[in-house]
Ligand binder design. Structure first.
Ligand code: TXE
Length: 462
């Protein structure tokens, strides 16, 4: 059994099994057994089930928020507004989006081609600790509606809301064996999912290094693969940006969820002409963020996911000093003056200036409340800097001329770009990145296509 901690208090809140190959084999057998009936339902019947799950989760949304906040250390307000809300809307969205899914038909002079969709079969879902139920539901919903059955492994750091989902499915008499949750460490339990010959697709969200292991294991088995990995995203402040709006937006993009979102803007690139006017506004927005008890409604920044992760983030802050950086704000561990939080892993939101764009702190994913500021002298240089890392996931551009912003965005080698906003999500759009940020896209039709296999039936005219 593995201890599961509340990172804000350091207390053990649960124990989970470190499941082994035999456990994964049992879960896969259950998924296989349940597949014929589940895929045999009509799409409409499966859509009804997704709406029932959404309804049941909605009735538990406060419990989801509290559990997620306790399991991750994130503020309760964030867990409510983002994690719980999006877990529910993921099911609702894919129920609706699957309705409009059409099957293509291509007619020839003497024949007709019918493109039909079949489920992939038993699919493996492996998810990280930063947005536990949000990312698990993002994969479960489309996999189910396309007729697949599931073996899912949440991060061993955040098992609680996956269990909550399983309990919810049980409570609404959801067919047994369709969704199977297995708990445990990546190299043992996760690896067993990658290796199981009857799990036909892997949808993975996590770190780039682990993504390489997933690809190496599942690739030669010709499993379908969707890899959503890390990022080192640029927030670009153009010379004609509204400085107040851009400062607030850049701070939100940098420090939401303590910077533990793959979409976070961890590098802020600022036109040199407005650098001195922008930075004080940015620092004000960061200084206004309240670091404290995740259970407190007014907290903006909670604990990072673990003591180990806090040490990793603090080591990057030390490295920044060695690389010539100046810590303009924050830079240290915080121990809130609350008796229960003395063993928490709280880091102040940290702003670092004067680092080279090619420094390790400006090119490696830190995945914590740390942001580096950089000047550029031309749009061309800004694009070069934005594209200068091994990642290519997301980015945002702040300007008063949206035509210029869109033109600029087209030159950034990333999968997701925002102009004058951040984390504004239309679930129909493709989500994913290039280079070390992964392979494939999820969202809207891209999820429905990933979780289905296409067959073309060509019928000769009589
Ligand atoms: O990811 P891991 P973690 C990045 C971020 C973070 C780093 C590590 O840089 O610091 O990844 O975070 C399972 N076979 N992101 O530890 O290790 C593991 O148990 C099969 C970005 O969360 O990749 C967990 O369930 N599975 C990311 C899942 O993989 C394995 C969000 C993710 O764990 C495995 C989170 C193996 N050999 C972290 N090893 C994003 N893009 O959102 C581990 N796992």
């Amino acid at each position: 059994m593995l201890d599961n901690l509340n990172p804000a208090t350091g207390q053990i809140i649960a124990k989970i099994p470190n499941s082994n190959h035999a456990d994964v084999a049992k879960a896969t057998d259950a998924a296989k057994l349940a597949l014929p009936n589940w895929r045999g339902l009509t799409k409409g019947e499966r859509i009804n089930w997704l709406n029932k799950i959404a309804q049941a989760l909605e009735e538990r949304s406060e419990d989801i928020a509290k559990t997620e906040s306790m399991d991750t250390g994130k503020p309760i307000a964030l867990a409510r507004r983002v994690d719980a809300a999006r877990s529910i809307s993921n099911f609702r969205f894919f129920a609706k989006h699957a309705e409009q899914l059409t099957e293509n038909k291509f007619t020839m002079a003497d024949a007709t081609n019918y493109v039909i969709r079949k489920p992939v079969g038993v699919v493996g879902l492996i998810t990280p600790w930063n947005l536990p139920l949000y990312l698990l539901s993002w994969k479960v919903a489309p996999a189910l509606v396309m007729g697949n059955t599931i073996v899912a492994k949440p991060s061993e750091m955040t098992p609680m809301t996956a269990n909550l989902l399983a309990k919810t499915l049980h409570d609404i008499d959801f067919p047994k064996g369709v969704v199977n949750i297995v708990h445990g460490l990546g190299p043992s339990t996760g690896q067993a999912i990658l290796e199981h010959p009857e799990i036909c697709a892997i949808s993975f969200t996590g770190g780039t290094e682990t993504g390489k292991i997933v690809a190496k294991t599942a690739g030669p088995m010709f499993k379908k693969l969707s890899l959503e990995l890390g990022g080192k995203n640029a927030t670009i402040i153009l010379d004609d940006a509204d400085l107040e709006t851009a400062a607030t937006g850049a701070a939100k993009a940098a420090f939401t969820n303590s910077g533990q979102v793959c979409l976070c803007g961890s590098r802020v690139l600022i036109d040199a002409k407005i650098y001195d006017a922008f930075v004080p506004k940015f620092i004000d927005a960061v200084a206004a963020m309240k670091v404290g008890n995740p259970a407190d409604e007014s907290t903006d920044i909670g604990s990072v996911i673990s003591q180990q992760h806090m040490e990793k983030v603090l080591s990057y802050i030390e490295l920044a000093k060695q690389e010539g950086g100046t810590i303009t704000h924050g830079g240290q561990r915080i121990i809130p003056n609350h008796a229960s939080l003395q063993n928490g892993s709280f880091i102040s939101p940290t702003v670092i200036e004067n680092l080279s764009i090619s420094s390790r702190c400006a090119t490696e994913e830190i995945f914590g409340p740390v942001v580096t500021l950089h000047k550029f002298d031309s749009d061309f240089e800004a694009i070069e800097m934005a594209n200068s890392t091994q990642y290519g996931l997301a980015g945002s551009i702040w300007t008063s001329d949206t035509t210029r912003g869109k033109q600029f965005a087209k030159q950034i080698d990333s999968g997701i770009l925002w102009v004058n906003t951040w984390l504004h999500r239309d679930l129909r759009t493709p989500f994913g990145g290039v280079k070390n940020s992964g392979v494939g896209r999820e969202g809207g039709d891209w999820s429905l296509n990933f979780f289905s296999e296409l067959s073309n039936i060509c019928v000769k005219d009589d």
